[in-house]
Ligand binder design. Structure first.
Ligand code: HEC
Ligand code: HEC
Length: 321
């Protein structure tokens, strides 16, 4: 009897501590050290998962010999946008990602798993098709993601997640001004036509030294990077390659303008984007595809200014079904 009583008290206290409590926010973090992992089956899977994300083009890219493995539609790597193999603050890090799924996702208006989120990037950022949920590649990628969350409590919100969230401009982002920024700061690596620099030659599945920013081998118009606010935050915190959020070189205006320039160039088009964000109130104001918020042009959704669209949304005006 006495023991049951104690157990009950422990449970009640336990519930009081955890239920509804926000997991502590670890202020400073870094990716766990992969070199400390033993060379056992788990360590090998983590290393293979990391390699898949670093050299995606070599394993599941459009140029790999085994046609059945051509899941990605471009020769980018996951780490083209998830900088330092997912270990960099404001470089779309993956530290803490695994323990934040399953989560509610506005784009689908449903609960998504880690695997489904990876496939979101496969179909958009990688302009390809879904990896089968039970495939070896999916297992290896999620194992690496799980390793990156070692010691991070479930539900913790880490500082430095995603990309820098810049305060939006009062004016529209200007692709013409952005072209100047591009010519001065980006062209040396990403090329005159945003084509990047290949490590070898087309067809060899060796990917890029400097990835393309537009054209047929880039992310499609349904990708997160196709949104000007997200691209501007990524660029400000990570580009030109070598800068971090503590050593930025672009002003916010330059970041928005060059993001507008890149995203006004041709790129692969994803079919059926109208089906994104079925709960229209979730649709980001800079998602540059129909249906649009009534009263605002396609152009304003793409380049801003976004504040007036946000204000309309606050009054309950949303894109039509
Ligand atoms: C062109 C850039 C780009 C590429 C390439 C890319 N991603 Fe992403 N990824 C993003 C952006 C941007 C986000 C955040 C998007 C948002 O907030 O809507 C993201 C988010 C994610 C997330 C969710 C992270 C979190 O903490 O919520 C996962 C997981 C992910 N990507 C996995 C991958 C994998 C695996 C690959 C390669 C197969 C990949 N990504 C390739 C840009 C990219
Ligand atoms: C010194 C070479 C270099 C310069 C200069 C540079 N980048 Fe990058 N960029 C890279 C590399 C390398 C990556 C892959 C991520 C990484 O490892 O940092 C990248 C990735 C990117 C990506 C995401 C991947 C993709 O293909 O879409 C974008 C967007 C981008 N750069 C934009 C810019 C912009 C805009 C500028 C100018 C303000 C710029 N970069 C300047 C080397 C460079």
């Amino acid at each position: 009897m006495k023991q049951t009583g104690r157990l009950l008290i422990a449970l009640v206290i336990g519930c009081g501590v955890t239920v509804g409590a926000v997991a502590q926010v670890p202020k400073d973090w870094q990716a766990p050290d992969i070199t400390k992992l033993p060379d056992d089956k788990y360590g090998q899977a983590v290393r293979k998962g990391k390699a898949l994300m670093e050299e995606t083009y070599k394993h599941i890219g459009p140029e790999v010999k085994d046609v059945s493995k051509r899941y990605a539609g471009n020769n980018l790597a996951c780490v083209s946008c998830h900088v330092d193999a997912g270990g960099r603050k404001f470089g779309n890090p993956w530290v803490g990602t695994f323990v934040s799924f399953p989560q509610y996702r506005g784009r689908e208006d449903a609960i998504s798993t880690t695997e489904e989120r990876i496939n979101g990037c496969m179909e958009r950022s990688m302009n390809g098709k879904k990896l089968p949920l039970d495939s070896e590649e999916m297992k290896l990628m999620t194992t690496y993601l799980q390793f990156l969350s070692t010691g991070v409590p479930v539900g913790a919100k880490l500082e430095g997640g995603g990309t820098l969230r810049l305060k939006t401009l009062a004016r529209a982002a200007n692709p013409v001004a952005g072209k100047q920024v591009y010519a001065a700061t980006c062209v040396a690596c990403h090329g005159d036509n945003g084509q990047g620099v290949r490590r070898g030659k087309a067809g060899d599945a060796n990917g890029y030294l400097f990835p393309p920013l537009w054209g047929a081998d880039s992310y499609n118009n349904g990708a997160g990077m196709a949104r000007v606010t997200l691209a501007a935050g990524f660029i400000k915190g990570n580009m030109p390659s070598g800068v971090t959020h503590t050593s930025t070189v672009l002003t916010d205006e330059q970041a928005f303008d060059v993001a507008a320039y890149i995203n006004s160039q041709p790129r692969p088009v994803k079919a059926n984007l109208e089906a994104d964000f079925p709960a229209r109130k979730n649709k980001p104001v800079d998602a540059a595809f129909p249906p649009y918020t009534p009263g605002f042009s396609a152009e304003q959704h793409k380049f801003g200014p976004w504040q007036p669209i946000l204000e309309a949304r606050e009054k309950g005006i949303y894109p039509a079904k």
